[in-house]
Design a protein around this ligand. Sequence first.
Ligand code: WTA
Length: 632
Amino acid sequence: MTEPKKPAEFFNPSQEILIDANLKDYAATYDRSIKDREGFWAEEAAHLDWFKPWDKVLDDSQKPFYKWFTGGKINIVHNAVDRHVKTWKRNKLALIWEGEPGDSKTYSYHALNREVCKFAAVLKSMGVKKGEIVTIYMPQIPELAIAMLACAKIGAAHSVVYGGFSFEALGSRIADAKSRVVLTADGGYRRGKVIDLKGIVNEALKQAPTVEVCITVKRTGHAVVMESDRDYWLHDLMSLPLTNFACETEVMDAEDPLFILYTSGTTGSPKGLVHTHGGYGVYTASTLRNVFDLKERDRYWCTADPGWITGHSYLVYGPLINGATVMMYEGAPNHPYPNRWWQMIEKYGITILYTSPTAIRGLMRFGEQWPARHNLSELRLLGSVGEPINPEAWRWYHRVIGGGRCPIMDTWWQTETGGFVITPLPTTPLKPGSATKPYFGHEVGIVDDQGKDLPAGQEGNLVLKAPWPGMARTILGDPDRYKQVYWSQYEKQGWYKAGDSARCDADGYYWIIGRTDDVIKVAGHRLGTAEIESALVSHPDVAEAAVVGIPHEVKGNAIYAFVILKAKKVGSPELAAALIEHVSKHLGAIAKPEKVEFPEILPKTRSGKIMRRVLKAKLMGQDVGDVSTLEE
Ligand code: WTA
């Protein structure tokens, strides 16, 4: 994002922030957290309940495979649910949910615990064991969060696949995780239409032979194909005369896997990042509590889908560990009208809103009259995540939605980091478009390819110079790849390479520019060129494909595809449309190319690697740069 022209523009936070006194002095707390990193994290970890305290805060004996809170026994669900039920919080709202058609449900912590116990008992009755990976593919309904918690409660790891992905993406993820059990729903609502999720699951299961059991939540009630011996309705299983639904929370090692989340990487197929009960729990709870200044009075709404990391960390685990009231909404922001979100903020008295720049830009286009119809005065803090927020959208969000009084927490982080890394606190003076400063315990660097620190203002690779409890521990089944992707370039220094380019200004504020690898952030969703290309190549007419991300006014980036057809096939607008539809059907509508072109050849290096950089530069009318490695 472009830095605002001089003079440096600071938005000072409003006085209404209730932030804990000890955090008011960011610099002092930050210094302490760096000088005594383990001491800082031990204090943060003490906010959680442990069955048995840890022996060691950080075990760095096998870098880069760091371990946190080793010897500690914990379960994240004990912290997110069980412990609250023993206090006055049993009567507090844990979850406020609204479906797209307008139906709504609320759960107190007592009710949430009951539902989690029931779901967990059902999973146990279907033979789910500690340590196995259960795949979850659901719309944004309460059962999605309940299913995640139910798995964690009994010590199974969940792998949530975003409901906007289609059968190829789902099938390959189930197969990689070797799931025996899949949890889904018959469908969900999106822009007034029913999305046939069970149909997609049935298709995906053809590629996933390990699946023995599929449990389906009835949401839409449309006709679906259920296979006997494999498919069960959740409500049927819940009505079976199980002796009782009391279900103990499993005692886990701090380092036991909590979940796998697939994310697109530099090359090849999506990788399953592994997060843990202990460190991840401590990290999400700490970052959310401090950055969003959570208080009992708050009603906090994170608009992310639990299918992405933001939903895991800041819709489910972070808020519940903090005993917060969290809001979840099923559908599209502009359905049936562009005031849908603003109407819900008023209706439920939301005080904190955490969303993406794409959503803001999309809603901004409809004009100020839509939010103006609603009383948004309960809002006190706003958040942004997933992609750089351009200063224009930032200002609109601040002025129109935040009434000029709500600071915006522009949080930079990744699936790999588990939670916020570069982020303001509510007391940080803000610059529109900058994620500001590192969270406690983090040392961030902007370095060149060799690892030399770059001076203020210069763009370079973003690295994290020290480990943190929320870090992904490995890639499922492929530790070498974990080491190679994140830790090999700066192996000597022991730094984590984020895959983003950024710069730091003279005030020590960080400005994220974007990915430096083959990841494309489309509408804040993380997609890999490889997966889109392989969807294209699965079409019978396609020989080869290359995709690139091109700047897009609302979505941040749009996908452009270059396709080489098989012999005797001819490119046409009809074929381009068919290919777009093919990607949508196989991979998901979010991965749809905006445009498909049929060039004669693709630019490649002599070793046969497609030079996407050249394609992108050509599309954008820029200099193609150094092409000395280009094959004739
Ligand atoms: C980008 C999402 C600028 C970045 C939580 C990162 C951002 C990638 C921001 C990770 C932000 C995330 N400003 N860019 N505030 N937040 N990004 O894994 O490119 O889906 O590397 O995690 O999103 O995407 P992921």
